[in-house]
Design a protein around this ligand. Structure first.
Ligand SMILES: NC(=O)C1=CN([C@@H]2O[C@H](COP(=O)(O)OP(=O)(O)OC[C@H]3O[C@@H](n4cnc5c(N)ncnc54)[C@H](O)[C@@H]3O)[C@@H](O)[C@H]2O)C=CC1
Ligand SMILES: O=C(O)CCC(=O)C(=O)O
Length: 445
């Protein structure tokens, strides 16, 4: 049977017409997979892509909690268990007001392919709530996390589904959720990753998404006879991924000139140094302040309400959120000399931006390959938990760097189009094949 992209997408859209982000993610994968599916009809015959695009299970639940003034609030919690063909569901938890089923389904769908690329045995899932941690006290966040886990705990487990952090969920939130899970199950297990290092967390997990992003960018550049050293980089966001992408870029001798948050962008043409990055870590992780305070402190430019993409650079590394680079931003980047985009965030490029990058044939590293270092190190955390031991920093970092090299090789193998490496197609096909073959082996379930 031939694969028909239009009728495939029509069915996806008809089933859940409101889920725009999910349609976007599925269309991007399906359109790049289409030529491969035509050559390999066994996958179309078994409706593998249709099955991958339908979650195995979605859990939606009420999350009631009480703020510091005694007022009761009700949020909505979710866990999308997308695919378990190659391992337990694995993927982060996001707390942000924009969280809805469409966003979590797109993230869970992407996670299936990403986790397959890591070479580790992890299926795909994603969860979260429309809760905004911004401006909440530690106690409010704790009560919210406890309420969230009071329902989620019955659906997860170290061999079933292993959540982790994402936007709005870092070490603090993972700690509160782990404490509640342990209390309810009376069991100390590796049910979450991104744990504190004294209670089962892996060294390098906090750094791993940002570091992995730079390892992948380095591979892309070196495969094309270029080096990161001396390059000017734009990074967006100023959270976990942005901070450690900046740190590794500095270590590799590049100059990072921007960071941002949802209010605006700081532009520091001198480059962010390790000392300035320490200021940002304190500002964002401890004081939970706004990035503008960096511009006030160091006297550099602050672009209120703007994203970084109009500034001249060699490399752009979006590390904030989905659809943060549109077609016009992409054209502006290329006009200003940007020759490499490495996606630290999930689906940061709109379809318009994606088309611009691919038509211009720049080095375009898609999120599911580039930011896979985070979940890879989560996989390494699961391994250490199972073995009841703790690897040293260098051992984890070495494994992370090997995994990122391997992902890059898979993209090169499947993404070669004449002289050009289409990393997006390469990542989608390589990620698909492993999951699809496992599904064929396991029958129609
Ligand atoms: N934390 C991890 O290990 C991984 C994270 N990711 C992705 O990386 C991206 C960033 O995640 P984290 O750094 O973990 O989250 P975070 O919560 O630590 O930081 C998020 C950053 O993005 C900014 N941001 C959020 N929404 C925004 C908006 N609408 N406009 C502008 N800026 C906005 C925030 O101000 C913050 O600086 C997300 O797309 C996430 O899915 C991907 C793989 C793993
Ligand atoms: O470490 C994990 O399990 C989650 C990482 C994640 O959510 C992602 O890769 O987008």
């Amino acid at each position: 049977m031939a694969f028909n992209l239009d009728s495939f997408m029509e069915k996806i859209i008809a089933r859940d017409p409101e889920e725009k982000e999910f349609h976007q993610a599925v269309h991007e994968v399906a359109s790049t997979l289409a030529p491969f599916l035509d050559k390999n009809p066994k996958y179309t015959d078994a409706k593998i892509l249709e099955r991958i695009a339908e979650p195995e299970r979605v859990i939606i639940f009420r999350v009631p909690w009480v703020d510091d003034k005694g007022e009761v609030h009700v949020n909505r919690g979710y866990r999308v268990q997308m695919n378990s063909a190659i391992g337990p569901y694995k993927g982060g938890i996001r707390f942000h007001p924009s969280v809805c089923l469409s966003v979590l389904k797109f993230l869970a769908f992407e996670q299936v392919f990403k986790n397959s690329l890591t070479t580790l045995p992890m299926g795909g899932g994603k969860g979260g709530a429309d809760f905004d941690p911004k401006g909440k006290s530690d106690n409010e966040v704790m009560r919210f996390c406890q309420s969230f886990m009071s329902e989620l705990y019955r659906h997860i487990g170290p061999n079933t589904d292993v959540p982790a952090g994402d936007i709005g969920v870092g070490a603090r939130e993972v700690g509160y959720m782990f404490g509640q899970y342990k209390k309810l199950q009376n069991e100390f297990t590796g049910v979450l990753t991104g744990k504190g290092r004294n209670w089962g967390g892996s060294l390098i997990r906090p750094e791993s998404t940002g570091y992995g992003t730079l390892y992948f960018a380095k591979e892309m550049l070196e495969a094309h006879g270029k080096s990161i050293e001396g390059k000017t980089i734009l990074i967006s966001g100023s959270g976990n991924v942005a901070q450690f992408a900046t740190e590794k870029a500095i270590h590799l001798g590049a100059k990072v000139v921007t960071l941002s948050d949802s209010n605006g962008t700081i532009y520091d043409p001198e480059g962010i140094t390790e000392e300035k990055l320490d200021f940002i870590k304190e500002l964002k992780n401890v004081k939970r302040g706004r990035i503008k305070e960096y511009a006030d402190h160091y006297g550099c430019e602050y672009l209120e309400g703007k994203r970084p993409w109009s500034i001249k650079c060699d490399i752009a590394i979006p590390c904030a959120t989905q659809n943060e680079i549109n077609g016009d931003d992409a054209k502006e980047l290329i006009k200003n000399g940007c020759f490499c985009v490495a996606e630290g965030a999930n689906m940061p490029s709109t379809p318009g931006a994606f088309d611009v990058f691919l038509s211009a044939k720049i080095l375009y590293g898609p999120a599911k390959a580039v930011n896979a270092g985070g979940v890879s190190t989560s996989g390494l955390e699961m391994t250490q938990n199972s073995m009841r031991l703790c690897w040293c920093r260098d051992e984890v970092d070495e494994r992370l760097s090997t995994i990122m090299k391997n992902i890059h090789e898979q993209c090169m193998t499947y993404g070669k189009e004449g002289d050009y490496i289409n990393y997006a197609a390469g990542a989608n096909i390589a990620g698909f094949v492993k999951v699809a073959d496992a599904m064929l082996d396991q029958g129609i379930v």
